[in-house]
Write a protein that binds this ligand. Structure first.
Ligand SMILES: [Zn+2]
Length: 402
């Protein structure tokens, strides 16, 4: 048996020699225009956080037309299953939600080979890959050993706080062997470390009043500004990389009223949990002293300002351990001649990683940029590499039935 067996033993070679796998890959090559059409159709259905249902309905339709057993769970996730021969599950997930509020123009424009629209890449590219893989597997009539669950999930961005993936993790508890999150474009990285983050809402309330007659009363907006300036002086290390952002500010009712309320939402991230805790306590301290400062200059006897800190999101961190999923993506990259680096990021993969379940986040192919901005773009050139990479990685872990 010696040499022949040894030569055939590389599992990626065995996999790609399977006629059905070859068929699925060539289906992807031949249907790139269809994939782009799906990406445009999906992107043009608005899906702000907590309002993903219309987009979910569209994805349901495509997955169902690809022979999947599709249902929607209580969180609003769309899940299409291809049953395997055993109970274990490999989950491929792309997120439905975008960071853009209702009313944002999501019409897709084309210029110089690029597609332009908010959400076109994050996660229009991932959702397009999800439906493409579903269709390719169906066309090739591929049967896997583990069950493949293809999910378009809710709540990945911002204040969704990973509620979609949370629900999926609960639903497949004890059966999940790998999670592959398709997020954005590109093929030059693999996210194997989930970046921990905390998101807080800092709210300051006070008596309010008239800008003229109550002048001198403590002003929540001024106090908030003091807190922002103070905290912004906090030094953060490059290593472990640690960041903060004041993302949304609200408050006040009219130009000639002293506001009764003002608030700001803050995003804290770090490669290290201890650093994150230090940052959070600095933030709390800065705002508490900002309130004191504002009270110190207010008319004596003024009603005190109140600071209320709410945690609006906690993403636990985690790291992919060596094992089947790690081997799979490495082998697939070698087979496809794709060079990639290990990355850390904050995605749906955070949650499984924090629970010790193997998970990665990868791009869905092509190129993209301007994510989370109105100038977001996507270039589909070379997309097939990302589609095959994701599909082969899933098949490597799930195993193909003889
Ligand atoms: Zn994303």
């Amino acid at each position: 048996m010696g040499t022949l067996t040894a030569r055939a033993a590389n599992p990626i070679d065995t996999l790609v020699q399977d006629k059905r796998v070859a068929l699925a890959m060539s289906w992807l090559d031949k249907n790139l225009d269809w994939v782009t059409e799906q990406q445009i159709a999906i992107t043009e259905i608005p899906a702000p956080e907590f309002h993903e249902a219309a987009r979910a309905a569209y994805v349901t339709q495509i997955l169902a037309a690809s022979g999947l057993d599709v249902h929607t769970d209580s969180a609003g996730n769309v899940i299409g299953e291809r049953s395997g021969s055993d109970r274990d599950v490999v989950l491929i997930v792309a997120h439905l939600d975008t960071v853009f509020p209702a009313g944002t123009d999501v019409h897709v424009k084309r210029a110089n080979g690029r597609l332009l629209a908010p959400g076109i890449s994050d996660d229009g590219a991932g959702l397009a890959a999800l439906v493409a893989i579903a269709r390719a597997l169906d066309q090739a009539q591929l049967k896997t050993q583990m069950t493949l669950a293809l999910a378009a999930d809710v709540g990945e961005e911002g204040e969704g706080n990973l509620r979609g993936i949370r629900e999926l993790m609960a639903a497949y508890k004890g059966r999940l062997r790998a999670v592959i999150a398709l997020d954005g474009a590109a093929t030059d990285y693999v996210t194997t470390i989930g970046l921990a983050s905390r998101r807080l809402d800092m709210q300051i309330t006070g008596p309010g009043g008239h800008s003229w007659s109550d002048f001198g009363a403590p002003n929540p907006i001024t106090a908030l500004a003091r807190g922002i300036v103070q905290f912004s002086r906090t030094r953060v290390p490059d290593e472990p990389r640690t960041t903060f952002n004041f993302g949304v500010i609200e408050g006040g009712t009219s130009v000639n009223s002293i506001p009764a309320e003002a608030s700001v939402k803050v995003d804290l991230r770090s490669e290290d949990d201890a650093e994150l805790s230090r940052l959070e306590s600095e933030l709390r301290k800065s705002f508490a002293s900002a309130v004191d400062e504002e009270m110190a200059v207010a008319v004596p006897g003024s009603e005190a300002l109140k600071l209320k800190v709410s945690i609006i999101g906690v993403r636990p961190g985690g790291k992919l351990a060596p094992g089947a999923l790690f081997n799979a993506i490495e082998n697939v990259d070698r087979y496809l001649g794709n060079r990639s680096r290990l990355e850390r990021s904050s995605t749906d993969a955070n949650l499984p990683l924090s629970q010790g379940i193997p998970a990665i986040a990868i791009g869905a192919g092509g190129q993209g940029g301007g994510s989370h901005s109105l100038e977001e773009w996507y270039d589909p050139a070379g997309r097939e590499l990302g589609l095959k990479r994701a599909m082969l990685t899933a098949l490597m872990v799930a195993g193909v039935q003889p």
